[in-house]
Design a protein around this ligand. Sequence first.
Ligand SMILES: NC(=O)c1ccc[n+]([C@@H]2O[C@H](COP(=O)([O-])OP(=O)(O)OC[C@H]3O[C@@H](n4cnc5c(N)ncnc54)[C@H](O)[C@@H]3O)[C@@H](O)[C@H]2O)c1
Length: 383
Amino acid sequence: MFNINTAIIGAGFMGPAHAEALRRIGVNVIGILGVDEAESAQAAADLHIPMAYPDLNTLLSDPNVHAIHITTPNKLHFQMARDGLNAGKHVLCEKPLAMTSKETAELVKLAQQKKRAAGVNYNMRFYPLVREARQIIEDEEIGDVFSIVGSYVQDWLLYPTDYNWRVLAEEGGDVRAVGDIGTHWLDMVQFISGLKVTAVCADLKTVHPIRKRPKGEVETYSAKVQDIEATDDVTISTEDSGAILLRFENGVNGCLWVSQTTAGRKNCLRFEIAGSEKAMSWNSESPNEMWIGSRNAANQSLLKDPGLLSDVVRPFASYPGGHNEGYPDSLKQSFTAFYSYIAAGDFSAIPQFATFEDGQHEVLLCEAIFKSHQKGKWVEVGG
Ligand SMILES: NC(=O)c1ccc[n+]([C@@H]2O[C@H](COP(=O)([O-])OP(=O)(O)OC[C@H]3O[C@@H](n4cnc5c(N)ncnc54)[C@H](O)[C@@H]3O)[C@@H](O)[C@H]2O)c1
């Protein structure tokens, strides 16, 4: 479908997920790079990708590579995105775009100079009913928006023996639950409402100030099934959970609860948006259903069905009603938006995917949340 060649950097959880979604939309995945030659070779063999790159320079100097997908730990995003753009590649980077807003500002500027497509994989925007929620607001069906509340909770870091590179500030950033999952929620609700968060007041909590790091390799999300014998104690500064009060544009207010230590919640993002006419609520663990509340009529349950979606949203659903679409489909739709933009060739058009500017706003939010928590008071975003 797309006459373009892509290489993936990173071969852990997200690298293969990107490869699968890219193949579903007909992008040629011609190569992959892991942390070393052995990981590159293993990933290329496992995923049937023709080229196993030995290092980043070799990948970036390959003229057959038109676009790169960055799926490495957060601390590597900035350098890889910068080098990718400088090598003339289109760049689709996993979230968060970089570790600091100084880095993201540089990337935003560079992407504009190089006139390349530059996206951040905030894929949660691409669930069909999330896009329908946006359309419902745009069509003024819920009236004036009063409040936006919700949470993003998981349980994979519940125990002090659960460990991943993300728990270290130097690998993932000063804020962890906020940066790792909170930014998905923040991107989503700002996308739906068209309202930016302008100020925050945060109270973060490190449930486990010491975690047990296994002496060997740890795969992401594997702690529940991996047998660990020897460990080292590691001091943790990043938060496991946190409450954040939010001020949006237009006087709208709200709050977000994030947690990676809530037993039984696997990957549960919820939002509720209340307006002067109606309210809407959605849960990523049942993504094919959205609650629409009314005061003077029966509440509705809108099921994902192309026939029930708005004209502009219908292309984001690939299957008929009753055929559930989920997380892998959101990646497919995110990448379709990215490669359609490249194929159209008009880099002045407004992209459907999350841009580097959106990625920068999320990092500014992370910095404001961290500062607010440290100072114990409200902080303006970007202030
Ligand atoms: N959009 C989403 O839904 C979503 C979900 C999970 C993770 N993520 C993001 O994806 C990124 C990766 O997360 P993950 O869970 O896949 O991590 P992971 O640890 O499972 O995978 C990281 C991979 O990068 C490789 N790597 C490390 N250093 C490298 C280097 N210098 N060169 C090449 N490869 C290198 C590792 O060996 C590993 O294969 C993170 O930024 C994370 O925030 C996004």
